[in-house]
Structure formats: structure tokens, C-alpha cells
Design a protein around this ligand. Structure first.
Ligand SMILES: Cc1ncc(COP(=O)(O)O)c(C=O)c1O
Length: 398
């Protein structure tokens, strides 16, 4: 209980954020339907939810994805895996593709969370714990095919095969995997083709040693859409699940195979909204905001919107960004501040504090897309989305 001046104060007020992200479950279902139509009925779709589910919120996306029938999630790190674990209502499979601390292995193995293994230290430790606790670690062996981030090298294959064969009964060798170095861009075509070939050499080598894996998986969104030969037992779908083409090139490459009318089958999940905080009149010749990057050339009216670079609205959108207010595009003027932007609302009538501002999404038949947003900041979709801070509330829209 508070006393004195603040007694009776509603502390929940602190929970009202300056902007909100709406996440469309319907759009997700559509994207999954499209991916399913591309890969056929058999392969598992693993929803990649690293980077706070590409900014959409892990807990919101686990709920949405499980309702859409997804039962497999890929994370980068163990902290993300635990978040999925906490949220999952369907005992979905969870796979860590990157960082975990060796001290956590026992807990991860005990809970059945699978993880990539790309060095002998992690493999040895996983085997030792599996033996000790009598629960087989679920491991995915990652092989280096040319991305050069993580993965066993070709010349490590014999030692690796020996260790796997020797410990076959202690660990569960779930997957053989790799990741492509930019399947979304035609300039990487030869490199990706070489990676596919090398992956198959690894696969054949292990098979020749009597080592079979339950799941062969290599494809991210772009590989799934552009290199169908990479669709094996499972595809790891990140960006396309959230409704974005990995690049324009991927979209153009698929355009001809799209259904009649060529409507984009991928739908954006995210809408970012805020409100007008206050209004201000600025006279001709006056400057707006920090420095002198914007001088009013006529009398203008500004709306101050409480979203700034501290909320993921890039500073590079200074004097460039657009928002929607009352169904009209309004330009950011002056520099993006830590917590706010000023937008020119001279043409809008009857505007008042509290009116809706759309930073990404639709309003009155007009739209601000993430790509228009990220093109002007030279950020790719991936980066812009994952920079949206965790503390912006995410609301699921059914
Ligand atoms: C290993 C791995 N698999 C799959 C993905 C998903 O990629 P995308 O978002 O392009 O589908 C990623 C993301 O970068 C990844 O690192």
C-alpha cells in the first residue's frame, strides 16, 4: 500500500505505453497456408522465433503459431527457448540453433529441448550428461557448408562420425543441418548451390558410416521459396511467417507462380500505432527540433508523437519518415528524438491530442509498409523489426 501523496494512485497507469504493436493471427494463418502450399503436406514447419520473434514478441507468436497448428519452434539462444517453453501449451518441440551455456545443458536435456551441436566440446558434454542422467540429449549436428558461422568442418567428419557411432545409444541424433549464406539474393546463387552439394556429401558420408538422422533440414524462408531442393524433412521459417519476402528478388522470382491476379500471398502481421501527444504551431522561418535540419518555409502545424529512436523509430527517418493520421500521410520534420517525433499536420483538420497515429500499417485506405520504412533507413526488414523494444505492448488481433 502506498501512503501520503500517492495513496489512491493507480500504478497500472505506468503500464500504458506510448505506442502499441498489433499482431494479426489471421495474417499468420495465411502465411503458413502459403508456405504449406509451397512445401507440400509432409515437411515440418519450424517457426523461427529468435530476436523476440523478429520483434513480434515470443509469447504472442507462440500462442498464434500453436493455434495455427505449428508444433516446432527454433530459437537462437537458450533464454528464448525457455520463453517458448513457458508459453507453449501444446508441448511443442523447441530447437536452439545457437547459444547456450554448458551449465544449462542438464536442464535442457532433461526438458527435452533440442539444440545444435557444432563443436566437440558441446558434443562431449551432452554425451556425458546424457549418460549421467539417463536421458538422451536431442542433438542436431550442424555442418559447415560455406556460411562460416558455426558448423563442423569437412575434415572433422571422421572424428565426429566415430563419436556419434560410439554414443548412438546415449544421445538422440535428431537432425543434420546447415544454413545458407544468402539464398535470398541471386548474387549468391553459385555459393548456395555449392553449399547444397557439400551438405549432400556430408549426408552421404554419415550414411556410409551407418549414421542416419531423423530429420534433415537446411532451408530458411528464401531457400524454401527459391531452392525447392532444400526442402527436406523440415523447413525453418522466419521472415516469411511474419509476412515479408526475404528480398524483392525472392518476390519477383515467385511472381509468375503466384495464383491468378498475382495478389501477394504473404501478409504482414504487424501494425504499429501511437497517438498524438500534443499540437504546436510554428511560424515561417522558425526551426523545428534539435539543430537546424528543418526550417518552416510557411506557417505550419505540428503533431508531436511520443515515439522516438529509443522505441525503434530510426534516427535516419529524420525529415523523411511518414506516418498516417486521419488517413493521410504526414511527414516527420526535424530530427527523430529519443522519445518523440514531430510530424507536419498542417493539412489535417480537427486534429486533437489522443488521435490515432499509424507508424506501420493501414489507416483510411493508405498504408505504411515495413519495407518503405526500412528502405529509407537502409535497414533490412529483419533489423527494423528486431529493434522494436520488448517493452512496447504487443496485442494479438484475431
Ligand atoms: C539457422 C537459421 N535457420 C533459419 C533462419 C530463418 O531465416 P529466415 O528468417 O530468412 O526464414 C535463420 C535466420 O536467420 C537461421 O539463422
Amino acid at each position: 500500500m502506498q501512503s501520503g501523496l500517492l495513496s489512491g494512485f493507480n500504478w497500472n497507469t505506468y503500464m500504458i505505453a506510448t505506442s502499441t504493436l498489433e499482431i494479426s493471427a489471421k495474417a499468420y494463418r495465411q502465411n503458413i497456408r502459403y508456405i504449406r502450399s509451397e512445401i507440400g503436406p509432409k515437411p515440418t514447419i519450424s517457426a523461427v522465433v529468435k530476436g523476440n520473434a523478429y520483434g513480434h514478441g515470443i509469447s504472442q507468436m507462440v500462442e498464434i503459431a500453436e493455434k495455427a497448428g505449428i508444433r516446432h519452434f527454433s530459437t537462437f539462444s537458450s533464454d528464448e527457448a525457455w520463453e517458448v517453453w513457458d508459453r507453449s501449451k501444446k508441448e511443442s518441440e523447441i530447437m536452439i540453433m545457437g547459444m547456450l551455456h554448458l551449465e544449462e545443458l542438464e536442464e535442457l536435456i532433461a526438458k527435452g529441448i533440442s539444440f545444435y551441436v557444432f563443436d566437440f566440446e558441446r558434443l562431449e558434454k551432452a554425451i556425458a550428461i546424457s549418460k549421467e542422467i539417463g536421458i538422451p540429449a536431442k542433438v542436431h549436428i550442424e555442418v559447415e557448408t560455406g556460411f562460416h558461422r558455426t558448423g563442423f568442418d569437412w575434415d572433422q567428419r571422421e572424428k565426429l562420425a566415430e563419436m556419434l557411432a560410439k554414443n548412438y545409444s546415449f544421445i538422440s541424433i535428431i537432425g543434420l543441418c546447415t544454413h545458407y549464406a544468402g539464398a535470398e539474393s541471386v548474387s549468391n546463387f553459385v555459393r548456395v548451390k555449392n553449399q547444397i552439394a557439400l551438405y549432400h556429401e556430408f549426408k552421404d558420408f554419415f550414411n556410409s558410416q551407418g549414421i542416419a538422422f531423423k530429420t534433415y533440414h537446411t532451408a530458411c524462408s528464401a531457400a524454401t521459396l527459391i531452392f525447392p531442393e532444400t526442402i527436406m524433412d523440415m523447413v525453418r521459417i522466419g521472415i516469411a511467417g511474419y509476412g515479408f519476402w526475404p528480398t524483392k528478388e525472392t518476390f519477383f522470382a515467385k511472381l509468375n507462380s503466384l495464383p491468378k491476379g498475382k495478389k501477394d500471398p504473404l501478409k504482414r502481421l504487424i501494425t504499429w500505432k501511437s497517438t498524438v501527444m500534443s499540437l504546436k504551431a510554428v511560424k515561417t522561418g522558425e526551426f523545428v527540433g534539435y539543430g537546424n535540419s528543418y526550417m518552416a518555409l510557411e506557417n505550419i502545424r505540428l503533431a508531436i508523437v511520443p515515439v522516438g529512436y529509443g522505441h525503434g523509430y530510426s534516427r535516419l527517418l529524420s525529415n523523411q519518415g511518414m506516418v498516417l493520421i486521419k488517413g493521410q500521410h504526414c511527414q516527420v520534420v526535424g530530427t527523430v528524438m529519443m522519445n518523440a517525433i514531430a510530424v507536419n499536420v498542417s493539412k489535417i483538420k480537427d486534429l486533437k491530442a489522443g488521435d490515432e497515429v499509424v507508424l506501420i500499417g493501414k489507416q483510411g485506405g493508405k498504408e505504411i509498409t515495413v519495407s518503405s520504412f526500412s528502405e529509407s533507413t537502409q535497414q533490412v526488414n529483419y533489423e527494423m523489426l528486431t529493434r522494436l523494444p520488448k517493452n512496447i505492448p504487443r496485442k494479438i488481433i484475431l
